[in-house]
Design a protein around this ligand. Structure first.
Ligand code: UP6
Length: 276
């Protein structure tokens, strides 16, 4: 899979959200997702409108917006159409099936009604997928499992990661990939089991070109390390793009988005062996 182009993979992906993401990546020539982790509505929309042309996917933490109101979702949807990107609410669900189904569909945010992609921790076992799938599959949504994390000392390693991949393989209609630091294609296969015909997207946070981490355990790798060397498909960049001041300097934000887009795309072209 890592040697195929995004277009080749889009053509045969069965899940509508994954297909749309792969098509958007190819059409806009960007594997950059910007994580817009700011707490004020106006900062949020300024950043989204600025990075929109450079991203395939906008990643949100909608629960940190302190002046949230339902119109935020309408404005976000309008920007996603204006700039042609998908939306990924990074909700990191982690509860029993029946509770996550409610958290996904209801409450103030009604995530399933607008977020093409969301994610979950595999810690509760396969029932978390059944709960989310009961809501998301009929809407054409896709789920990512957190198979690994970018943080120092993460417990999501080894057998835990393997079980996450097995859970995904058993739910390929709805689970479209992983939050992880590397490809998972050969992870979790039992002795003698050959690699199944599957295409899991690898979306990778912990990407930064100017620092190695923050003071709270985050660890950064470069787009090249992530995409060319580790075979990941989408780079997720937050503070590397919007900076330390909530993205108040739109031109600086634009320049960083352009820079990460170019680096991520070059790293992909190198991986699949395309030169232009
Ligand atoms: N994120 C990680 N690491 C993970 C999973 N998710 O950093 O393993 C998320 C964070 C944040 C973003 O919740 O929204 O990706 C990274 O932001 P940063 O680039 O500013 O560090």
């Amino acid at each position: 899979v890592a040697k195929q182009t995004y277009a080749q993979r889009a053509a045969k992906h069965p899940n509508p959200a994954a297909k749309a993401l792969l098509e958007t990546i190819e059409r806009k020539r960007t594997n950059l997702s910007v994580s817009v982790d700011v707490t004020k509505r106006e900062d949020f929309f300024r950043i989204v409108d600025t990075v929109g042309p450079y991203v395939c996917l906008v990643k949100t933490h909608v629960d940190i917006i302190e002046d949230f109101e339902p119109s935020v979702i309408e404005r976000l949807k309008a920007l996603s159409e204006k700039h042609d990107f998908l939306i990924f609410e990074d909700r990191k669900f982690a509860d029993i099936g029946s509770t996550v189904a409610l958290q996904y569909s209801a409450g103030v945010h009604k995530i399933a009604s607008w977020s093409h992609i969301t994610n979950a921790h595999p810690v509760p076992g396969p029932s978390i997928i059944s709960g989310l799938k009961s809501v998301g599959l009929p809407l054409g949504r896709g789920l990512l499992l957190l198979a690994e994390m970018s943080t120092k000392g993460s417990l999501a390693t080894g057998l835990y990661t393997e079980e996450a991949v097995r859970m995904a393989r058993a739910n390929r209609d709805f689970v479209i990939g992983f939050i992880a630091q590397q490809r998972m294609d050969s992870v979790g296969l039992r002795k003698g089991e050959s690699s199944p015909d599957e295409d899991f997207l690898i979306l990778t946070p912990g990407v930064g070109m100017d620092t190695k981490g923050d003071s709270m355990g985050q660890q950064y790798r470069t787009p090249r390390e992530v995409v060319t060397e580790s075979g990941c498909d989408v780079i997720i960049v937050g503070r590397g793009v919007y900076g330390k001041d909530n993205g108040s300097n739109a031109e600086a934000v634009r320049a960083q988005a352009e820079r990460y887009r170019a680096e991520g795309w070059k790293a992909y072209q190198e991986r699949v062996g395309i030169h232009d």
